[in-house]
Design a binder for this molecule. Structure first.
Ligand code: B12
Ligand code: SF4
Ligand code: SF4
Length: 331
């Protein structure tokens, strides 16, 4: 049989003739993403010079990639600033689901326009076969910067000029070029207040702007990535529960259970909580700094909690001196 005469092929050719789709434009694309529930969106071409270190991984995941659509969701500031970790974790868990829903909605809408899209994870899953190497598909912050959604502040989080840094970021990769693309904003919304430095319990955020990645990881992710291996090691190397409980209190074991069962399980995120940057958030800080420090910053600085540190550094002494209410524990 001549393939052109096959009913499926004939129907396909007819559909191609009917569906002469308009080229996708940046404003139309943005309308689709905002309609799906995002709070802001921007787009950038795959060849943007600032993203060349990511191009190989993106093309590996999706060889037809042409444009990157960066979108953000604004989290509930009051909840992110809560002194009760379960509220903060609940907010992150809710936004993991929300980001996924938005991505899937956009994928379906674009499919109706003849555009194929893929949605790298907002944070997890990552490719664990590359553990200790680059496991993620897209690093969202540089994409968001290039797409004009804000700039990275002193705390290394993206700050949106209006919404601040209480954000969840996502990237949708599409197989289509757009008429125009966004460009980075021309000023950094970070106001240089150094509250992130003074509140970071691990000293990961230095006054000079350097960032000690491992300090943050071992503490903030104690009940998640990395910390999980450490937990397995505690189990395997213990002869009995008496020995295990010398390494892990029951509260620490339950924290791993909760993180594995429900998601979330960050021990920190204070850099995001205290940051006053962003037009919508700046008012209380500018109006009454003393009240802002008392209400937002001090409860976190004075919180009684464990801080997990790597062995063999000056970090333990540094943390104890700066935060006398906190208890230093080996990671
Ligand atoms: C790996 C990772 C981590 C690591 C490393 C953090 C880091 N700074 O990169 C650890 C475990 C420590 C971590 C911790 C946290 N993370 Co995290 N993490 C990621 C992940 C998976 C990849 C980030 C990455 O690629 N980093 C490497 C490079 C790009 O980041 P960088 O160190 O900042 O390096 C750049 C800057 O130096 C930059 N730069 C550019 N302009 C400027 C300007 C200034 C002033 C400076 C100083 C630097 C700078 O140049 C470098 C190269 O691009 C992303 C999800 C994703 N797939 O993107 C989430 C993500 C970055 N994490 C996020 C969050 C919220 C957190 C936490 C608050 C934990 C939590 N959920 O409660 C803490 C905050 C720590 C912090 N202050 O950064 C959010 C950030 C939201 C936002 N507003 O930006 C993301 C985007 C997840 C998401 N989808 O929303 N995280
Ligand atoms: S999440 Fe906590 S430990 Fe990590 S950089 Fe922010 S304040 Fe510091
Ligand atoms: S807390 Fe202050 S210094 Fe730190 S990122 Fe926010 S505005 Fe910048």
């Amino acid at each position: 049989m001549n393939l052109d005469n096959h009913p499926s092929v004939a129907a396909f050719r007819q559909r191609q003739r009917n569906n002469r789709l308009e080229a996708m434009t940046l404003p139309r694309l943005k309308a689709i993403v905002l309609e799906a529930g995002a709070d802001d969106v921007g787009a950038v071409e795959i060849d943007r010079p600032s993203l060349q270190d990511q191009k190989k991984a993106i093309l590996h995941a999706f060889p037809r990639a042409k444009s990157l659509v960066s979108f953000i969701c604004r989290m509930n500031e009051a909840q992110i600033r809560s002194n009760d970790r379960s509220l903060v974790d609940g907010e992150f868990i809710a936004y993991d689901a929300e980001m996924l829903h938005i991505s899937r909605t956009v994928v379906k809408a674009l499919r109706n326009e003849g555009i194929t899209a893929v949605t790298p994870s907002e944070s997890f899953p990552q490719d664990m076969s590359k553990w200790q190497g680059r496991m993620l598909t897209v690093s969202h912050k540089p994409v968001a910067e290039a797409a004009g959604l804000g700039l990275i502040g002193h705390h290394r989080l993206l700050i949106h000029p209006i919404f601040g840094s209480h954000l969840c970021l996502g990237t949708i990769i599409i197989d289509t070029t757009l008429d125009i693309y966004d460009q980075p904003i021309d000023y950094n919304p970070c106001i240089g207040c150094n509250l992130c430095v003074s509140t970071c319990p691990t000293g990961a955020i230095a006054p000079d702007g350097s960032f000690a990645f491992a300090r943050c990881l071992v503490h903030a992710y104690r009940d998640r990535l990395g910390g999980f291996l450490n937990w397995v090691e505690s189990l395997v190397t213990s002869q009995d529960m008496v020995e295990y409980r010398k390494k892990r209190t029951d509260g620490e074991t339950m924290a791993v259970w909760q993180s594995l069962t429900y998601g979330g399980g960050y021990r920190c995120g204070y850099c995001m909580s205290v940051c006053p940057a962003g037009l919508d958030l700046l008012g209380p800080y500018l109006d009454n700094r003393k009240e802002y420090l008392q209400r937002v910053v001090k409860p976190l600085q004075e919180r009684n909690e464990n801080i997990y540190v790597l062995p063999g550094q000056d970090q333990a002494a540094e943390v104890s001196k700066k935060f006398p209410n906190k208890t230093v524990r080996p990671a």
